[in-house]
Design a protein around this ligand. Structure first.
Ligand SMILES: Cc1cc2nc3c(=O)[nH]c(=O)nc-3n(C[C@H](O)[C@H](O)[C@H](O)COP(=O)(O)OP(=O)(O)OC[C@H]3O[C@@H](n4cnc5c(N)ncnc54)[C@H](O)[C@@H]3O)c2cc1C
Length: 460
């Protein structure tokens, strides 16, 4: 137990402390403040930075509406645009649209088949205002340490307070870590186990002025067969502005840098291989590009006695899944519901913790594992074709999100087990198909080595 921290003079005392004022942290702070909690949200940055996470899946709009931001409102105030489909474009510029069937909107399904692209600067600013109006205090300081009781025992470990770099000590009854994937404050502090998917990747993006309005999210696949996937997104975030971003394994970006290219040049070069993007970038000077690196990772054990980890600090989904915003908002709803339920006894029950942990880990692993095996690695993509794999990924991913929304597994053991088992079954099938594909790949490679001509015909 860090005795020195406990001896600090108590500076602030509150009911709930949220670390991080990103989307997940703001959502959690709003939910708690609405239920009468005194909330302090500690955020190291004063300004909203260039945030990504703009193309939403079909489950996110309801979660935003629960916060007080319905779709119509966001679109009419130009904080969002409609998203009705996704277009996948191959390197040879052939393309295919993916959209949910219109029949799903009719009874008995009644599924919302429209979703949005968000202008994150505008949406996050609105959430921040909302939080402030509800009485949330946003403290612009950097969390550096925690005072923890029973640190060595994961079952009873309890957070008493936290300290910031600026020297403030905040004591609270409840702690939510929404510090994002890079910081992952509690995951690192408690040395939680995690599942990692794929290599560390780099994103380079910019907000580009455009008169060539392209509706829906467009994904441009920039790599060749046999290669690990690199891709580009084009997302119309508000009239006249599209977000364009390039995602690649860090090693590829490093290789391009070693050829003497700077970040802006890498971005221009990659986008330039698609005529539509090239013409768009030629129209106006490109605003400065932003860059970030990330590792797709899902932690285990993200809920403790009086603390919960949410958003990317709990699970970083690959951006191409479009599930990051949904996950962040869902975690915020579920974590704050737990805190409300156990408010008076001060400790989340071990069953409720286990169920939250199971859901966060199962969902994170489901999306990351599917996208890694179907899309990023070439084994299945090359056999089934890019459009085929996109279809195979989209159907279970969309359905699982829909089941999750409809089942509302929050408090129920049975429903949590149903949804988690379904996701595990789909993951197992994908894993099996990937193993088979890899075995065929090896066989055809050894045949090619033994009989080059015959092998060539087989590989085609
Ligand atoms: C390149 C990229 C593209 C993406 N695209 C999509 C997409 O199209 N669709 C989608 O749904 N999702 C997407 N996502 C995911 C989405 O952006 C996030 O899931 C979502 O923004 C939620 O983030 P968060 O609030 O958990 O973390 P963050 O937004 O990272 O917020 C964490 C906050 O904690 C603060 N913080 C960190 N450490 C400390 C500290 N020590 N003290 C105080 N404050 C601290 C940070 O300053 C930050 O403000 C994408 C992610 C990436 C990386």
């Amino acid at each position: 137990m860090p005795g020195s921290l406990l001896e600090e003079p108590l500076v602030i005392e509150t009911d709930a402390v949220v670390i991080g004022a990103g989307l997940a942290g703001l959502a959690a702070a709003i939910h708690l403040a609405r239920h009468g909690f005194r909330v302090i949200c500690v955020e190291q940055r004063r300004e909203i930075r260039k945030v990504v996470g703009e193309s939403l899946d079909w489950s996110a709009p309801d979660l935003l509406a629960n916060l007080g931001l319905p779709m119509d409102d966001l679109v009419s105030t130009e904080a969002a645009t409609w998203k009705r489909h996704i277009t996948v474009t191959r390197r040879d510029c052939s393309k295919k649209e993916f959209l949910p069937g219109a029949w799903l909107a009719d009874p008995p399904w009644n599924v919302e088949i429209c979703t949005m692209h968000l202008d994150r600067d505008r949406t996050d600013a609105r959430l921040r205002e909302m939080a402030l109006r509800l009485g949330v205090s946003i403290l612009n300081e950097r969390v550096t340490d925690f005072a923890v009781l029973d640190e060595q025992d994961p079952r009873t470990r309890r957070i008493l307070g936290l300290r910031t770099q600026e020297g403030t000590f905040i004591r609270g009854s409840w702690f939510i870590d929404a510090s994002g994937s890079d910081a992952s404050l509690l995951g690192k502090r408690f040395d939680l186990k995690s599942f990692e998917y794929g290599p560390r990747k780099v994103a380079i993006w910019s907000r580009v002025p455009t008169r060539q309005w392209v509706e829906g999210t467009t994904l441009y696949m920039a790599s060749s067969p046999g290669d690990y996937m690199e891709w580009i997104w084009e997302i119309p975030i508000r009239p006249g502005i599209s977000s364009i971003g390039y995602i690649s394994p860090g090693s590829n970006v490093k290789a391009q840098r070693s050829m003497g290219l700077d970040t802006q040049e890498i971005f221009m070069r990659q986008c330039g291989s698609f005529p539509h993007l090239r013409s768009l970038l030629d129209q106006a000077p490109i605003p400065e590009v932003a860059t970030t690196s990330f590792l797709c990772r899902t932690y285990k054990g993200v809920c403790g006695t009086n603390w919960v980890i949410i958003g990317e600090a709990a699970s970083q989904s690959d951006p191409v899944t479009g599930n990051g915003v949904t996950a962040a908002l869902r975690h915020a709803e579920e974590a704050t519901a737990l805190i409300r339920r156990y408010r008076h006894c001060g400790t989340i029950s071990s069953k409720a913790r286990a169920l939250y942990n199971l859901r966060v880990t199962a969902v994170g692993c489901f999306f990351n594992s599917l996208i890694e095996k179907l899309f990023y690695q070439p084994v299945l993509r090359d056999r089934l074709g890019l459009f085929g794999t996109a279809r195979i990924y989209t159907v279970p991913a969309w359905l699982m999100n829909l089941f999750y929304t409809r089942l509302r597994p929050g408090r129920s053991l049975l429903r949590t087990l149903i949804i988690c088992s379904l996701m595990t079954a789909v993951r197992a099938m994908t894993w099996g198909a990937h193993q088979l594909g890899a075995a065929f790949f090896e066989m055809s490679r050894s045949r090619q080595q033994a009989h080059p001509v015959e092998g060539q015909a087989y590989a085609m």
